[in-house]
Design a protein around this ligand. Structure first.
Ligand code: P70
Length: 479
C-alpha cells in the first residue's frame, strides 16, 4: 500500500527504504552466562560486553548502519591536517540543509557542548531549557552556569498524550527572561525530541514563540539538533497546517529560527562518531575556533578523520529523506503498539527514537531510591539478552537534591539496524518480565562515580534477584 507521502507501508508500519548488504552476527548467550555477565557488570547495562548482548537497545548513538553512499564517500576522505577538501564538503552540507554559516566539527556532541559552554557561559549565568540532557547540563555547570528547566508540565507526565511535550512553557520562560538582566542569560537552549522526556518534540508554533521572546530580550537561542529530523517529521504529522511542507523545508525552517545548534551526529546523521557546532554569529564562531584547537583539533577536522567528515556530510543529507526518517520512527511506534496491547506501561505519545518503559508503574513495589528503572533494565537483560538504558534517578538526580522525576527504561532503536522480528522478540521479553514483575526486588548502589554516575555506577540486589528475574519464562527463551 502506498501512503500519501509516497512511502510504502506494510500493516501500518513504514517499510524500510533499504535492503541489507553487510551483516554482523549476534547470538543469545545461555542464561547462566547472562547471569555471570550481569554480576560482572554490577547490574549496570553500560558495563556489559556487547558480545554478551543479543538485541542491543542501549542507545541510538553511533549504532546506526551507514549507507553504501556514506561508505563510498569515505574513500574520498582528505586527511590533510588543515584545509581538507572533506571539511569544505561538510560545511556545504550543513549550509545546504540547516543554513548555518559557520561549522565547527567536534569528536562528538559533548565536544560541541563543551565549546559552546566555554564560549557563551559565564559563572552565574542562566541557561533556560526544555528539561535537560545529562552532558549538556554538565558542561554548562562546569562553566559556572545554572540550568533552568522551563519545559511544560506535561513533559514529565508519562501518561499525558500532549502531542508536543518538548514545548517550552512560554510564560515561564518570559518570567525567567524578564527577572534577569540580558547579560545574566547565557542562552536559551531548545532540544529537539527531548530525550529525557521520552523523545518528545516541540511544535513550530512554540519555537516561534521562543524566538520572539529571545529576540525581545536580546539573548541567543541555541538548538540541540541531535534528533531534529524526527522532530520535523512529528511537526509534519501532528501540527495543523504543516502537512504539506517537505521534511527538508521543515528542518530548514526550524534551524532558521535559531542562532546556532549543536548536534551529536552519532544519532540522526548515521555516523559512528562525530558532532557539530554550527552558528551564524561571526564572533561566536571565532571564539569556538579558538577553543577547538585546544580541545579537539584544527577547526577543519575537530577530532575527526577526513573519512569521518565525508560520512557525516553524506549522512546530513540522508537525514532529510522522509522515507528514511519515517521508517525508524515507525519502528518505535511498532514496538510501542505491541507493548500497549499487552498492558505494559510506557510513555505516550511514543517518542522518536525509542520506547520508554515507565518503571514506576511497571514496578510499583520498588521505591524510587531502590532504582526501579535500573532494576528493570537488569531484568530485561537477564530474561532475554536485551540491553536497555536507565533514564531515571540514577541518571537524573542532581547531586544530593531529592529526585521524584521520571523513572524510565529506554529501549532505543538504532537506525537501519534491526528488523521487525528483533522488535517482536523484544516485546516478548518485556512482556515476560512484566508477567513476573512482582518478584523483582530493588537494588542498592555500591559504587557511585562523582560525575555522570549512571555510566559506571555499580549495584547489588536487595534480595534474590537472579532467581526472580530468570524464572521459567527465561528458560523457555533459551529453548
Ligand atoms: C544517548 C546519547 C547523547 C546526546 C543527546 C542529546 C540530546 C547531546 C548528546 C551528547 C549518548 C548518551 C550520552 C549521555 C548519557 C547517556 C547516553 N546522547 N544531546 O544515548 O552527544 O554522546 O555525541 O557526546 O541525546 O542518548 P554525544
Amino acid at each position: 500500500m502506498r501512503a500519501p507521502t509516497g512511502a510504502v507501508t506494510i500493516r501500518g508500519v513504514a517499510a524500510p527504504p533499504w535492503k541489507i548488504k553487510v551483516v554482523e552476527p549476534i547470538a543469545l548467550r545461555p542464561e547462566p552466562l547472562r547471569r555471570r555477565a550481569l554480576l560482572d557488570a554490577g547490574f549496570n547495562t553500560f558495563l556489559l560486553r556487547s558480545e554478551d548482548v543479543f538485541v542491543d537497545l542501549l542507545t541510538d548513538s553511533g549504532t546506526s548502519a551507514v549507507s553504501q553512499e556514506q561508505r563510498a564517500a569515505m574513500e574520498l576522505g582528505d586527511e590533510a591536517y588543515a584545509g581538507s577538501r572533506s571539511f569544505f564538503r561538510l560545511e556545504a552540507a550543513v549550509r545546504e540543509v540547516y543554513g548555518f554559516r559557520h561549522v565547527i566539527p567536534t569528536h562528538q556532541g559533548r565536544g560541541a557542548e563543551h565549546l559552546l559552554a566555554k564560549a557563551l557561559v559565564k559563572p552565574g549565568q542562566l541557561v533556560p531549557s526544555n528539561l535537560y540532557f545529562t552532558t549538556s547540563r554538565e558542561h554548562v555547570e562546569l562553566a559556572g552556569g545554572v540550568w533552568v528547566d522551563v519545559s511544560i508540565a506535561e513533559a514529565i507526565d508519562p501518561e499525558s498524550t500532549h502531542p508536543f511535550k518538548g514545548n517550552l512553557d512560554l510564560a515561564q520562560l518570559e518570567r525567567v527572561l524578564a527577572a534577569a538582566a540580558p547579560e545574566r542569560i547565557a542562552y536559551v537552549r531548545v532540544e529537539a525530541c527531548v530525550n529525557m522526556a521520552g523523545g518528545q518534540p516541540f511544535s513550530l508554533a512554540n519555537l516561534t514563540g521562543v524566538r520572539e521572546l529571545t529576540r525581545a530580550h536580546g539573548v541567543p537561542l541555541i538548538l540541540d539538533g541531535t534528533r531534529l529530523s524526527e522532530n520535523a517529521l512529528f511537526i509534519k504529522d501532528r501540527e495543523p497546517g504543516e502537512s504539506e511542507r517537505t521534511l527538508p523545508e521543515l528542518i530548514a525552517a526550524i534551524a532558521a529560527l535559531t542562532d546556532g545548534a549543536i548536534f551529536s551526529s552519532k544519532k540522526g546523521h548515521f555516523v559512528p562518531i562525530g558532532g557539530l557546532l554550527a552558528v551564524n554569529d561571526d564572533g561566536l564562531a571565532q571564539a569556538a575556533r579558538e577553543l577547538v584547537v585546544i580541545y579537539e583539533g584544527f577547526p577543519h577536522y575537530g577530532g575527526l578523520a577526513g573519512h569521518d567528515l565525508e560520512a557525516l556530510a553524506q549522512g546530513i543529507r540522508e537525514a532529510t529523506a522522509e522515507p528514511v526518517v519515517r521508517h525508524y520512527v515507525s519502528q518505535s511506534a511498532h514496538l510501542a503498539s505491541l507493548l500497549l496491547e499487552r498492558g505494559v506501561p510506557i510513555v505516550v505519545p511514543v517518542g522518536a527514537h525509542a520506547v520508554f518503559l515507565d518503571a514506576k508503574r511497571f514496578l510499583p513495589h520498588v521505591p524510587q531510591d531502590e532504582f526501579p528503572a535500573q532494576t528493570l533494565a537488569a531484568a530485561l537483560y537477564l530474561a532475554g539478552g536485551v540491553r536497555s538504558m536507565e533514564r531515571g534517578i540514577v541518571s537524573g538526580q542532581h547531586g544530593t537534591d531529592p529526585y521524584t522525576g521520571l523513572e524510565l527504561v529506554r529501549l532505543t532503536i538504532p537506525r537501519r539496524v534491526y528488523t521487525q522480528e528483533h522488535l517482536d522478540y523484544v516485546a516478548d521479553v518485556v512482556t515476560e518480565v512484566y508477567a513476573r514483575r512482582e518478584l523483582l526486588p530493588g537494588l542498592r548502589m555500591t559504587y557511585e562515580p562523582a560525575h555522570l554516575r549512571f555510566f559506571q555506577a555499580r549495584f547489588e540486589p536487595r534480595a534474590a534477584f537472579l532467581e526472580a528475574a530468570s524464572a521459567p519464562a527465561a528458560t523457555a527463551i533459551d529453548g
